[in-house]
Design a protein around this ligand. Structure first.
Ligand SMILES: CC(=O)SCCNC(=O)CCNC(=O)[C@H](O)C(C)(C)COP(=O)(O)OP(=O)(O)OC[C@H]1O[C@@H](n2cnc3c(N)ncnc32)[C@H](O)[C@@H]1OP(=O)(O)O
Length: 215
């Protein structure tokens, strides 16, 4: 069985461990964490901080997966992604066996499709994204990289989302809109207009309440 190391020993990691165990394709050798504070998570050993990643690679573990949700700092996932690629790691695509992914959808490396999520035909989901539990990515959506679609969030057909964006839990987005880069859409928002880069938008209908620092 191929070996994999996980990065980030938080809550999102627990769900990824479940997913990997159910798929039975990878043996998880351990978890690294920026600030390790415990010995194990769901029985998987926490083997040190991220400085260990080069020696883990050299020991023959050539797959890795980013397990941090990083809601308040989506860019952290980018930094780790670039580091892993530089070290030579391959990042698999992880698809939970209860999700539904069209064979006409394209999903790129390091992206996970969580339990009960739906990805329909013509969707393109870039690298290092999270399509979380029961989220819906409808036909012809285009997601750039490092995007988190939270649990139960729904994207109608043909929505374009820029990199580093977080769509909040239970948000709904009508068809053919463009959501910018580094955006946060609040929990339960109804998005009916395009959202500009770096915006935080909340409410029904969603309105921009502030702008974040450009990243
Ligand atoms: C598996 C998992 O757990 S995945 C994680 C899923 N989690 C999420 O999706 C979280 C989404 N986050 C949110 O909705 C947050 O409230 C954010 C990011 C939109 C805003 O957070 P902050 O930047 O800290 O803003 P803050 O809490 O100060 O709120 C600012 C204003 O917006 C309002 N507001 C915040 N969130 C929302 C929301 N979802 N809907 C409506 N209004 C909101 C607040 O009431 C406040 O209004 P006021 O100024 O009139 O008092």
């Amino acid at each position: 069985m191929k070996k994999i190391v996980l990065i980030g020993a938080g809550g999102h990691c627990k769900v990824i461990i479940d997913l990997i165990r159910a798929a039975n394709e990878f043996e998880i050798v351990g978890i690294t964490d920026r600030r390790p504070s415990k010995d194990q998570l769901l029985g998987v050993p926490i083997i040190g901080d991220d400085e260990k990643l080069p020696s883990i690679f050299n020991s023959g573990v050539h797959h890795a997966f980013i397990c941090i949700g990083a809601l308040n700092n989506m860019n952290l996932r980018n930094v780790i992604y670039r580091n892993l690629k530089q070290l030579g790691y391959a990042l698999p695509i992880l698809v939970h066996n209860t999700s539904s992914v069209s064979k006409f959808a394209r999903i790129e490396e390091g992206t996970c499709i969580m339990p009960q999520a739906i990805v329909n035909a013509g969707a393109l989901i870039g690298p290092n994204c999270i399509v979380n539990s029961a989220a819906i990515v409808e036909h012809d959506c285009f997601l750039e990289d490092n995007i988190h679609i939270s649990p139960n969030a729904a994207l109608s057909g043909g929505v374009h989302i820029g990199r580093n964006t977080h769509m909040g839990i239970g948000s709904s987005t009508i068809q053919s809109l463009t959501i910018g880069r580094n955006v946060t859409v609040g929990a339960g928002a109804a998005v009916i207009h395009d959202i500009p880069n770096n915006a935080v938008a909340v409410g029904v209908p969603a309105k921009v309440i502030k702008f974040k620092e450009n990243k």
